[in-house]
Structure formats: structure tokens, C-alpha cells
Design a protein around this ligand. Structure first.
Ligand SMILES: Nc1ncnc2c1ncn2[C@@H]1O[C@H](COP(=O)(O)OP(=O)(O)O)[C@@H](O)[C@H]1O
Ligand SMILES: [Mg+2]
Length: 217
């Protein structure tokens, strides 16, 4: 099982959007996926409850779900959708569970400031200091060719972090959220442009999965 933590200190940064769309993509590739909704707002769990029949199955879990139930399903992917503002001991506990951390960052000064503190806290945690956890940033609700995207890149450069990709601001995400779907559940003719933002994330994850498989030999 490969565990991905999606976290950022800011509400509205795009965590649940990244978590649900990643889940939708993986499920579409016939992978067993569980989303563990750590946010009391239960956005991911509610999204899942709206998911129409006939689309690739994604299972949901809550913090109090019996771990045996999750294990019995033998998921290949566990996606932790964190609440805003997760920090301290709780963040440390999540990091211990996770193989990789995705940090979506929207492009306002407020988001940058909050994220800088969060990244500093992350980097101080032992598994990250030891290089045992992979962390990547995703530009959220931003077109890669805009000034906002360059501002984000400039903000991240001194933190020695790269932006994996920019996920464009698109009504497709809003509609998919409403309907219990991901953009990968939509027809190619409608969603292809939005899909094109995702391969860097998918390749990054694949390389980490491969590296993990080599380690466990
Ligand atoms: N790429 C995007 N394009 C358009 N709307 C987006 C995008 N990402 C997120 N949103 C919208 O922004 C709001 C906050 O996103 P959400 O994923 O719930 O953030 P978080 O989980 O970090 O609080 C939601 O209404 C969501 O539909
Ligand atoms: Mg959320």
C-alpha cells in the first residue's frame, strides 16, 4: 500500500480537490483506493457519498474507521485528506503513515505565507530531514503560463521545492466535486485539457512506488 498525505495549512487551497481527483484517476486504472477523510468538514466523505453508481469504486474511511476494515480491502493506495491547519503532533503522526506528501498551494500572498511556515515545520520533522519522505508542491487553481504561476515558482525556489505541476482553475473541478466525480470520470472531449495538468503528479508517484518496491525487495 502506498500512502499519500495531501496537506496544507490553508483552507480552500485545493486539498480535497487534489485528493478526490487523484483517487478518481487511480480508481479508473483499476486500483483499489481508499480516501481517509481527516477533516471534520467531511468534504471527501460527502463527495464519495454523492458518487454515482457505475463509476470506478473508491472506498472511504474516517479517522475512527477500524483499521482492520481498511486492511481487509487491501488497498493499493491510501489517500489522507488532511484538515486545514494540521500541525504539531498530529502532522508528525500523519507523516509517519505517509510515503509521500502533496502540498497544494493556491497563489495568494496569504497562501504563500501560511505555506512557508508549514514547509518549515515539515522540513524539521525527522523523516523529512533524513530524506525518507518525498514532498512536492502542486500549484492549485492556477494556469501555468500566468504571472501567478511565476510568483509561486519564485516563492518556492528558496525553499528548495519544485512545483510538480499547476492545476488550472476550471469549472470542471467544481462540477465534478458537486457530482461525486473526478475530472477523470468525464469524457475526454470535455476534460482532456484539464487532464494534461496531471501527468507530472502521476509520474512522480509512480517513481516513488517503484523505488519503494525496490527497497522492500
Ligand atoms: N483547480 C480548481 N479549479 C476550480 N475550482 C477549484 C479548483 N481546486 C479547488 N477548487 C474549488 O475551491 C474550493 C476549495 O477547494 P478544496 O479542494 O475544498 O480545498 P481544501 O480541501 O484545501 O479546503 C472548492 O469549492 C473547490 O471546488
Ligand atoms: Mg478539504
Amino acid at each position: 500500500m502506498f500512502t499519500i498525505l495531501v496537506a496544507n495549512p490553508k483552507g480552500g487551497a485545493g486539498k480535497t480537490t487534489i485528493a478526490t481527483n487523484l483517487a478518481g484517476y487511480l480508481a479508473g486504472k483499476r486500483q483499489r483506493v481508499v480516501i481517509l477523510d481527516m477533516d471534520r468538514q467531511r468534504s471527501a466523505a460527502r463527495w464519495l457519498s454523492r458518487r454515482p453508481r457505475g463509476f470506478p469504486e473508491i472506498r472511504g474511511a474516517l479517522p475512527d474507521t477500524d483499521p482492520h476494515i481498511i486492511r481487509a480491502y487491501a488497498p493499493q493506495w491510501l489517500i489522507l485528506d488532511a484538515a486545514a491547519g494540521v500541525h504539531g503532533a498530529q502532522l508528525h503522526a500523519y507523516i509517519r503513515l505517509a510515503d509521500a506528501v502533496l502540498v497544494p498551494v493556491a497563489t495568494s500572498a496569504f497562501d504563500f505565507e501560511a505555506t512557508a511556515d508549514f514547509i518549515a515545520e515539515l522540513n524539521a520533522l525527522k523523516p523529512l530531514k533524513d530524506g525518507k519522505r518525498a514532498v512536492a508542491v502542486i500549484g492549485s487553481k492556477v494556469d501555468g503560463r500566468t504571472v501567478a504561476a511565476s510568483d509561486l515558482d519564485a516563492f518556492l525556489a528558496p525553499l528548495s521545492l519544485d512545483v510538480l505541476t499547476h492545476i488550472r482553475d476550471s469549472q470542471l473541478y467544481v462540477h465534478a466535486a458537486r457530482d461525486g466525480l473526478s475530472i477523470f470520470d468525464q469524457p475526454r472531449s470535455r476534460a482532456e485539457e484539464a487532464w494534461s495538468d496531471w501527468p507530472p503528479v502521476l509520474h512522480w508517484l509512480q517513481s516513488l512506488v517503484t523505488a519503494k518496491a525496490h527497497r522492500s525487495g
